[in-house]
Design a protein around this ligand. Sequence first.
Ligand code: GRF
Length: 205
Amino acid sequence: MTVKVAVLASGRGSNFRALLESIKGGRCDAQIRVLITNNPDAQAISVAKEAGIAVETVQRNDFADRPAMDDRIKSLLDKYGADLVVLAGYMLLLKGKRLLEAYRHRIINIHPALLPSFPGVDAQKQAFDYGAKVSGLTIHFVDESLDAGPIIYQEALDISGCRSAEEVAKKILAREHEAYAKVVDSFSKGSYAVEGRRVRYVPRG
Ligand code: GRF
C-alpha cells in the first residue's frame, strides 16, 4: 500500500528531492502529501513547488512555545492524512507531547553518523575531527530524546580516506539519498523492524 508521507525540512532539501525522484522512478511506493517547514527561506520549498507539493510554513515566533508549535504541526499532519512523517534536515527537536504520542513509530529521522556516536549537529565534522575511520548513517524513529529513538536502519562507511569534514559529508549524503527511500518503501510493505521485533505497519484510518 502506498505510504502517505509528510516531509519536515528546514534547509537544502536534498533528501526530500531524492525521495521524490525515487518515487517518480518507481523505487519507492509513497506519495508525498505536504512539505512542512519552519524556515521560509528553505531551498526545500522550491523542491516542493517544482513537484507541485503543498507547502506549510510553521514558524517558531508565531507560537508561545514549542509544544504549541508542534500542536500546529500535528493538526497539519492530521489534515494531510500522513501515515509517515519523514524528517529530512528538520533542525528543531520535536517537543510536543501530543504530536509525539499520536505519531509514535510514525516519525522517522536520518542522521549522518552511526548513532549513538556523534549525535546533534555537525555529525560529519564531529566524526572527522575525532579521527573516526568508520562513520555512516542512521535512520531511526523520533521520540522525546535527541537522536536516540529506536534504530530502523544503519549503514557503515569507510571514511579513512576522507581529507576533510566536507568530504565525509559528501560521501555519507550520497548513501543517505538511497537509504532513506528504501526505508520509506519498506513501510509500504506493511511491516518494519523496531527494537529487534517485526512490527506490523498499519496506515491510519
Ligand atoms: C542530512 O545530512 C541529514 O542526515 C541531516 O540533515 C541533512 C539534511 O540535508 N539530518 P538535506 O536538507 O536533505 O540536503
